[in-house]
Design a protein around this ligand. Structure first.
Ligand code: PMP
Length: 428
C-alpha cells in the first residue's frame, strides 16, 4: 500500500500542529512510520487519502460501535444542523437523551453532559471531593482518565506514596492528592486507606482497563473496591468512558453487577461527536451547581448536534436485544482465529478480552496490571502493527491500547483479518 499522500499531508500538518496531530497517539511515535490520514469511512472500513481501504479496529477509539457513518446518526445530525448548531440554552433533546441514559444504566438518577471523557472524569472527582469534603483520590497505574492534571500521575516507588507528576505542568500540589495503586491488587488499596484515614474522597477506576491494552478486573476485585469504599466513607467512581454502552447497555456495572457511586461516560454516548457525561444518584448529583455548591459548566455542553448523535446511538443500542451478543460472538470468533494463527507460528503472546474489547500482548505471562502489560515486546508489536497495516487492517498504533470491535464487521471481514494475522505472524 502506498502512503504518499498521507506522508505529504503529515509533513504539512507538522508545520502548523505540534507533532502534526491533535492527540498524541495518532502520530505513530510508538510504531514509527507515517500516520494514515483518513478521507472518509463507512461501516467497518476506512478509506485513506491514498485511496487504500482499511478494516478499522479502532473505530475512533470506541464510539463507532455500530460502524462509521451510521445512517440514523448521520441523518439526525444533518437534520439538527439545519435548525441551529448551538444555543447555550436548554433543549428538549437534552432531557430525552438524559432520560434514556438513566433508564439504560443501573444506579443513576441524574446525568450531566460535557464535551469529552476528560471533562467527565475531571468533574466526577471534583463532585466526589465536594460531596465527601475530602481531597485525595486513588487511581490505578496504567489507567487513563483523560489529560486533566490529577490523572497524569505515573507509577513508581516514590509516586506510590505521594504522587509525582509525569507531565511537566502538573504541580506537585496536585500530584500529592492522587494516590497510586496497582490494578487488581486489593491489599494495595487497603494499605492506602489505612495510611490516609478519612482523607480519601474516591477511588476512580476503569472497571475493565483499556488503556494498558485490555486488562480485565480479577474476580472479586471490583466488589472488594466497593466494600473498601463503603467501610471508609469514600465514593467509587467507575470511568466507563470505554466500557459504557459497549460491554452491555448498562456498561461494566451491569456486566459485573457492581454499582458505582459516580459513573463517567464518553465515546459511545456521543455517537462520534464530542460528548462526555457523568452520572450518579440524585443526592450526589444535586451537589452540582446550580442546585449545589460544586461548580461545573460548559458553553457547548449538551450541544444539539452532539445530543442528536448520542440519542440515536443510545436508541439503536437500547432497541437491539441482540447487539451485545453479536459483538461478543464476533470478538470471540476473532480471538479464536488470532490465537490459532499465532500458535501455529509459534509466537509468544497473551490475549485479553472482555466482550468487544480485546488486545494482543507479546509476552507469555498473564497481563493483569501495568507492570505486566509493560513487559510486552514492543518490537514484535511494531512489526505486527505494520504487517497488518500492509494487509489493510488498522489496529491501534500502540501496544497499550485495546481494539474496539464494531457490529459493522462481517464474518468475511473477521476471516480476512485472521488470515492477515496468519501471514503477518509468519514474519514475527
Ligand atoms: N477515560 C477513559 C477510560 C478513556 O479511555 C479516555 C480516552 N481514551 C478518557 C477517559 C478521556 O476521554 P477523552 O479523550 O474524550 O477526553
Amino acid at each position: 500500500m502506498l502512503y504518499e499522500r498521507s506522508s505529504r499531508l503529515f509533513a504539512e500538518a507538522e508545520k502548523v500542529i505540534p507533532g502534526g496531530v491533535n492527540s498524541p497517539v495518532r502520530a505513530f511515535r510508538a510504531v514509527g512510520g507515517t500516520p494514515v490520514f483518513v478521507k472518509e469511512a463507512k461501516g467497518a472500513y476506512l478509506i485513506d487519502e491514498d485511496g487504500n481501504r482499511l478494516i478499522d479496529y479502532i473505530n475512533s477509539w470506541g464510539p463507532m460501535i455500530l460502524g462509521h457513518a451510521y445512517e440514523p446518526v448521520v441523518n439526525a445530525v444533518t437534520e439538527r444542523a439545519r435548525k441551529g448548531t448551538s444555543f447555550g440554552m436548554p433543549t428538549a433533546l437534552e432531557t430525552e437523551i438524559a432520560a434514556l441514559a438513566v433508564a439504560m444504566v443501573p444506579g443513576i438518577d441524574k446525568i450531566r453532559f460535557v464535551n469529552s471523557g476528560t471533562e467527565a472524569c475531571m468533574s466526577a472527582i471534583r463532585l466526589a471531593r465536594g460531596y465527601t469534603g475530602r481531597e485525595k483520590i486513588i487511581k490505578f497505574a496504567g489507567c487513563y482518565h483523560g489529560h486533566s492534571d490529577s490523572f497524569l500521575i505515573q507509577a513508581g516507588s516514590g509516586a506510590v506514596t505521594f504522587g509525582s507528576p509525569n507531565s511537566p505542568g502538573v504541580t506537585q500540589g496536585t500530584a500529592k492528592d492522587t494516590l497510586l495503586a496497582k490494578y487488581n491488587d486489593l491489599d494495595n488499596v487497603k494499605q492506602l486507606f489505612e495510611a490516609n484515614p478519612n482523607e480519601i474522597a474516591a477511588i476512580i477506576i476503569e472497571p475493565v482497563a483499556g488503556n494498558m491494552g485490555c486488562v480485565p478486573p480479577a474476580g472479586g476485585f471490583l466488589q472488594g473496591l466497593r466494600d473498601l469504599c463503603d467501610s471508609n466513607g469514600a465514593l467509587l467512581i467507575f470511568d466507563e468512558v470505554m466500557t459504557g454502552f459497549r460491554l452491555a447497555r448498562g456498561g461494566a456495572q451491569e456486566l459485573y453487577n457492581i454499582t458505582a457511586d459516580i459513573v463517567a461516560f464518553g465515546k459511545v454516548i456521543g455517537g462520534g461527536l464530542p460528548v462526555g457525561a457523568f452520572a450518579a444518584r440524585a443526592k450526589i448529583m444535586d451537589y452540582l451547581a446550580p442546585v449545589g455548591p460544586v461548580y461545573q459548566a460548559g458553553t457547548l455542553s449538551g450541544n444539539p448536534l452532539a445530543m442528536a448523535a448520542g440519542l440515536e446511538m443510545l436508541k439503536a443500542l437500547n432497541a437491539d436485544d441482540a447487539v451485545y451478543t453479536r459483538l461478543e460472538e464476533k470478538t470471540a470468533y476473532l480471538e479464536t482465529g488470532i490465537r490459532a494463527k499465532l500458535d501455529a507460528a509459534g509466537v509468544v503472546y497473551t490475549i485479553n478480552r472482555v466482550g468487544s474489547m480485546i488486545s494482543v500482548h507479546f509476552d507469555a505471562a498473564p497481563v493483569t496490571d501495568f507492570a505486566t502489560a509493560a513487559k510486552g515486546d514492543n518490537e514484535t508489536f511494531r512489526k505486527f502493527f505494520h504487517g497488518l497495516l500492509r494487509e489493510g487492517v488498522y489496529i491501534a498504533p500502540s501496544a497499550y491500547e485495546t481494539w474496539f470491535i464494531t457490529d459493522a464487521l462481517t464474518y468475511e471481514d473477521l476471516d480476512f483479518t485472521i488470515e492477515a494475522v496468519g501471514r503477518v505472524s509468519a514474519d514475527l
